[in-house]
Design a protein around this ligand. Sequence first.
Ligand SMILES: [Zn+2]
Length: 180
Amino acid sequence: MRATGRVTAAAALAAALLLSPHGAAAAAVGPAPCVRGESEARGDSSVDGKELRWEDDSKYNDPLKWAHKVWSLGLVKIAPDGAGSVNDLEWRDYSKADGHAGYWQGKPGVDYIYLNSYYLDGRYKDRASRRHVAVHELGHALGMCHKPDTWASVMWTKVVDNPPTEPTHRDEANYRKLWK
Ligand SMILES: [Zn+2]
């Protein structure tokens, strides 16, 4: 690459990630790409204007509270639904051995995040995994796409051991690109 005298921004960022996977050079990281076939758009979110009003019908209080906190990055107001506001997102639980720790469902009207107690009370019952799943799904509600696992992100398609429990610098960059 150097020989040509031209290094694309994407190539430079990829190289920086490879050399510094833990964000040692935290300054000015750019957004990560989506996995093939996905994109990031405000229209694919639960956000109404710059607000996300949620209602809680889930038993996973700690992961929910955590997810709302760590995604409160200044551009989208995340707040409980109240009298006089329109509910945008509802957290619900279900239990099924369907291979999903949880999922976000966007549709006309209110959107839903379903947390799967089959796994969150089983294989992923530790605090970090539960928080990761809630943060990942709330990421979808904020319009975030899945990211390749070569990029530091809470938006990987699979739950890993010791998963990240809050948005990485990359995730913040994607969030700012979408909502600034
Ligand atoms: Zn997902």
